[in-house]
Ligand binder design. Structure first.
Ligand SMILES: Cc1cc2nc3c(=O)[nH]c(=O)nc-3n(C[C@H](O)[C@H](O)[C@H](O)COP(=O)(O)OP(=O)(O)OC[C@H]3O[C@@H](n4cnc5c(N)ncnc54)[C@H](O)[C@@H]3O)c2cc1C
Length: 272
């Protein structure tokens, strides 16, 4: 099993703020630092670790492969969390881990760009999953509202229910068309980072809206562990946070339409 260690206690959204560092010692690299909230952190045999390799450049990062059993590589306890209970999430510690030269993944100091390239794929993969979860929540809720009765009729007979279900169906189907288009573009190697961000942002927010509405339509049953919608509601909350938060997705999209405060700062500096 593989894990990817980017996030640190002091650097999550701000990937370029990574402090874990790797030094070139001639015949090996020396890795020091720690990572937090790492999926599969306990079970992973291989961990791709992002480390700083140039102290003078914010983007001076490289990727390294750390293997189970390497001296100085420790894992914390499995972290307790709101949802995704079956998936392990852990802290990782690297204390003078000696890495063979071949454990550099890709190019020295190019890790930031390698990450940015593959994060678009990760976000699209996420989008496919979030949409599938929304669709599954919709189906579960259809079953529930067409069986459960109140005031002598099924819950699905209330106009509110029919309109809620109609809105969810519409949003899921419209989102599916965009995600499908992104998949085609990805397969052709032309998916842009901002389209991947749009897909991630829209589907994760949609999943959140859908599971919330579905819990409501289940009534008290929706709050009970034994109903799958209860777990889906808890699991969905992370979709808007990991693989880049909704706010970071909005930043990426805003830059793609020309709203980048960094350019403004640069042109102001040039004018001075
Ligand atoms: C269950 C789980 C699994 C995870 N798996 C992994 C994994 O496998 N590998 C890994 O490396 N990481 C993993 N993460 C970490 C996850 O990617 C980060 O938690 C996420 O990127 C946010 O970083 P942060 O927690 O440091 O929050 P912060 O970056 O501190 O953000 C806090 C808040 O500030 C907002 N914010 C930050 N910057 C900006 C900005 N520029 N503009 C506007 N708002 C901003 C954020 O959107 C958020 O609302 C996982 C997290 C969880 C909970």
């Amino acid at each position: 099993m593989l894990a990817v260690g980017i996030t640190e206690p002091g650097a999550g959204s701000d990937v370029a703020g990574v402090k874990t560092k790797a030094e070139d010692m001639g015949d090996h690299f020396l890795l020091n630092g720690s990572k937090i909230y790492i999926s599969n952190g306990i079970l992973a045999d291989l961990v791709v670790v992002v480390a700083r390799t140039d102290q003078n450049s914010r983007h001076g990062l490289s990727l390294f492969v750390v293997e189970r059993g390497m001296e100085g590589f420790e894992r914390g306890d499995k972290l307790k969390k709101m949802g995704l209970k079956s998936q392990d999430t852990a802290e990782l510690f690297f204390n003078n881990v000696k890495l063979p030269k071949e454990n550099l993944l890709g190019e020295w100091n190019k890790g930031f760009y390698q990450l940015m390239h593959f994060l678009a794929e990760e976000r699209l993969l996420g989008a496919v999953g979030y949409l599938a979860a929304a669709d599954a929540a919709f189906d579960l809720t259809m079953d529930f509202v067409t069986e459960r009765k109140a005031f002598g009729q099924t819950i699905s007979d209330f106009q509110n229910t029919r309109f809620k279900m109609a809105d969810m169906r519409m949003e899921i189907d419209v989102a599916q068309a965009f995600v499908d288009q992104c998949v085609v573009e990805h397969n052709d190697g032309v998916l842009s980072a901002d389209d991947a961000a749009k897909a991630k942002l829209f589907t994760s927010e949609l999943e959140g809206r859908v599971v919330d509405a579905c819990v409501q339509l289940h009534g008290g049953a929706g709050y009970m562990d034994e109903y799958p919608i209860c777990r889906m509601y808890l699991n969905a909350r992370i979709s808007r946070i990991y693989a880049g938060t909704s706010e970071i997705m909005r930043e990426i999209i805003a830059r793609s339409v020309g709203l980048d405060p960094r350019n403004k700062r640069r042109s102001l500096a040039a004018a001075e």
